[in-house]
Design a protein around this ligand. Structure first.
Ligand code: AMP
Length: 204
C-alpha cells in the first residue's frame, strides 16, 4: 500500500495516520516529524527548516524532496508507505512522479478552516507517548499536563499562515491526483473513531 495522506493542518491526519500504518503495517513518513527531529538534533537542515516552520511557511521544495527520496529508498518502504505532509506543492508531486514512485491511493481529509483554528490552538502532544490531545475536545489526564508540548507553529497566527499555504500551495495537488483517479475524499469532522470508520469505508 503506497498511500498519500493530505489535509489541512489540524485535520486529524496525525491521529488517523497512526491507525492506518498499524492496519497496513507500513512505515509512517511524516515530513513535519522529520523536520522537528532535525530541529531538535540541531542539524544544518534542521536549522534551515526551523526558520520557515516557526513562521508557518513551507520549507523550500529542494530540501524536502531530497529528504523524502532518501527516506523512501530505505528497505522498510519496499512493501509500501504512508506519506503524511508530503507532497505539499505541485513541484513536490511532480518530483515523486518523476522518481517513478507509483501510488495506490491519495486520501484527502476535509475539515473547514474555523474548526481547524480551534483544534490547532488547543492541541498538545505528549513527547513520551506521541499521543495528541486537545485541551477541550480530548482533554489529557491531569498528571501528564506538565510534560505536554505546544508546538511553536500551533499559535493562531501561524495556523492561519499554514492554512493559507494549504489552500494556495497544497490543494492544487488534489486535481493533479484526481486526473489519475487516485483521490478518495473523507469528511474529517467528528470523533476520531467516526473518521476512522469513514476512512475504512473509503478504502474498502
Ligand atoms: P506538519 O507537521 O506536517 O504540519 O509540518 C510542519 C511544518 O513543517 C510545515 O508548516 C512546514 O514548515 C514544514 N513541512 C512539512 N512538510 C513539508 C513539505 N512537504 N513541504 C514543505 N514544508 C513542509
Amino acid at each position: 500500500m503506497r498511500m498519500i495522506f493530505i489535509g489541512p493542518p489540524g485535520a486529524g491526519k496525525g491521529t488517523q495516520a497512526a491507525r492506518l500504518v498499524e492496519r497496513f503495517a507500513i512505515p509512517h513518513i511524516s515530513t513535519g516529524d522529520m523536520f522537528r527531529a532535525a530541529v531538535k538534533a540541531g542539524t544544518p537542515m534542521g536549522k534551515e527548516a526551523d526558520r520557515y516552520m516557526k513562521a508557518g511557511q513551507l520549507v523550500p521544495d529542494e530540501v524536502v524532496i531530497g529528504m523524502v527520496k532518501e527516506r523512501i529508498a530505505e528497505p522498510d518502504c519496499s512493501e509500501g508507505f504512508m506519506l503524511d505532509g508530503f507532497p505539499r506543492t505541485v513541484p513536490q508531486a511532480e518530483a515523486l512522479d518523476a522518481a517513478g514512485v507509483g501510488l495506490d491511493v491519495v486520501l484527502v481529509l476535509e475539515v473547514d478552516d474555523e474548526l481547524i483554528v480551534s483544534r490547532i490552538v488547543g492541541r498538545r502532544s505528549d513527547p513520551e507517548t506521541g499521543e495528541i490531545y486537545h485541551l477541550q475536545f480530548n482533554p489529557p489526564p491531569a498528571e501528564i499536563m506538565s510534560r505536554l508540548v505546544h508546538r511553536k507553529d500551533d499559535t493562531e497566527e501561524a495556523c492561519r499562515t499554514r492554512l493559507g499555504a494549504y489552500h494556495d500551495q497544497t490543494s492544487p495537488i488534489i486535481p493533479f491526483y484526481e486526473a489519475r483517479g487516485l483521490v478518495k475524499r473523507v469528511n474529517g469532522v467528528g470523533s476520531p473513531d467516526e473518521v476512522t470508520a469513514r476512512i475504512t469505508a473509503a478504502l474498502a
